[in-house]
Design a protein around this ligand. Structure first.
Ligand code: FEO
Length: 401
């Protein structure tokens, strides 16, 4: 039987790993899985904080872990819904069959989404930011809105006496959880995985809302937080400040400056752009600046998005295709625009055949992205030695800038 993990007296973590090869939000690869975490807070009354989707083994895992406490779904008084995205609510209708009298606790915007997604209006307790529910036995839940981290209705739940913050998407990460769920129990290898996967999760899911993330972090500075218990990823009890500071840093990249690194995203049809790529990378490395290289369409945009989010400099290598940008790069730029990858210094290079057009298309696509540009390098057909030298110099110029 899968067992719930005790965080402190009366507070338990329930969780499931999604490892079936599905994409998160239907589009982000999760080769190392993702966890869906829920929590039980048990006083005289019992609250379940956040649910799971009807996805892979998540419902059966949750049921087994409730049984291990033991808590029968029919004993649960409150289901706290911090955020209505279906990864945390998709199993709601079936869950309510086992817990028909549970009260659903959310804010006004959350209540509208419960009705919108599930047609449910009964047994919904609408709370305001700052409201509390006393569960008895020293368990007191306080609710605070943190809009747009990740949806407008999102809130956090804080158990004041233990200092456990149930933060839902905030401070979350991709990556499955093994037997160890706490930051002080996981191996160095797992810690490194969560370092990488928290950035990718942040850039993919939350990055667009970085201004709201900073507002939420400011709001939480008044809280005496001892444990951060997110709905994705590990629980931070040894050093909750680590994940808060990591999120603060990720959010700060929206307005810049990001890290002194360069992300190169490139695609090539017949190798003419690829050959010059090597000259650009040599130029960047000649200045000692770290460079991350992503080839499209081979790589899903999830990784270049994460890499670009934390890099001050970006390079796009692509040829012209039918008067326009090489389409896989156009798709990357479309995502970067959607996700507000802004305040970067950018260099573009690429070949063309009988006609150019990629640069004009690139300029139009990036006009509103708050980017500074190094002069581009374009050439017809095969690059000459002069083109290679110019590309090397522009790579070095970008690195210096
Ligand atoms: Fe984990 Fe925005 O849902």
């Amino acid at each position: 039987m899968k067992k719930a993990v005790k965080i402190t007296d009366g507070i338990f973590r329930l969780g499931s790993n999604i490892e079936n090869g599905d994409f998160f939000e239907g589009m982000w690869p999760i080769p190392d899985g993702v966890s869906l975490n829920s929590y039980i807070v048990k006083g005289d009354k019992i609250a379940l904080i956040d649910l799971v989707d009807d996805w892979d083994n998540a419902p059966s895992d949750l049921k087994e872990q409730l049984e291990s406490i033991p808590v029968d779904p029919s004993e649960i008084d409150y289901l706290i819904l911090n955020h209505l995205e279906p990864d945390h609510t998709g199993w709601l209708e079936d869950f309510l069959k086992a817990a028909p009298s549970v009260e659903l606790v959310t804010n006004k915007k959350g209540a509208a989404l419960i009705e919108g997604f599930y047609g449910i209006t009964d047994n919904v307790k609408v709370i305001d930011s700052g409201d509390t529910i006393d569960l008895g036995q020293g368990k007191n839940l306080e609710f605070h809105n943190i809009p747009n981290v990740h949806w407008p209705e999102t809130m956090i739940t804080f158990e004041k006496n233990s200092g456990v913050l149930f933060s839902c998407d905030a401070f979350g990460s991709y990556g499955s959880i093994g037997d160890s769920v706490f930051d002080d129990e996981i191996s160095e290898e797992e810690h490194n995985l969560f370092d990488v996967e928290s950035l990718r999760y942040y850039a993919n899911i939350v990055g667009s809302f970085s201004k709201f993330v900073l507002r939420a972090i400011d709001k939480l500075s008044d809280f005496d937080i001892k444990v951060i218990a997110p709905s994705h990823g590990i629980i931070w009890r040894d050093n909750p400040g680590e994940i808060i500071e990591r999120y603060r840093k990720f959010a700060s990249y929206l307005e810049g400056p990001a890290e002194e690194e360069i992300t190169v995203i490139w695609g090539s049809m017949y190798g003419n752009t690829e050959k010059v790529l090597h000259s650009v990378i040599k130029g960047i490395r000649s200045e000692g600046v770290p460079v991350h290289v992503h080839k499209v369409p081979e790589v899903n945009v999830s990784w270049p998005l994460a890499s670009a989010w934390k890099s001050k400099g970006l390079v796009f290598g692509m040829p012209t295709y039918e008067y326009k940008m090489f389409p896989p790069i156009a798709a990357v730029l479309n995502m970067f625009s959607l996700k507000h990858v802004q305040n970067k210094t950018v260099f573009r290079f690429g070949s063309y055949g009988w006609s150019g057009g990629a640069q004009k298309d690139f300029d139009a696509a990036t006009a509103d992205m708050k980017w500074d540009f190094i002069d581009p390098v374009e050439w017809k057909g095969k690059a000459s030695e002069e083109v290679h030298q110019l590309a090397f110099e522009r790579g070095a110029e970008l690195a210096r800038s």
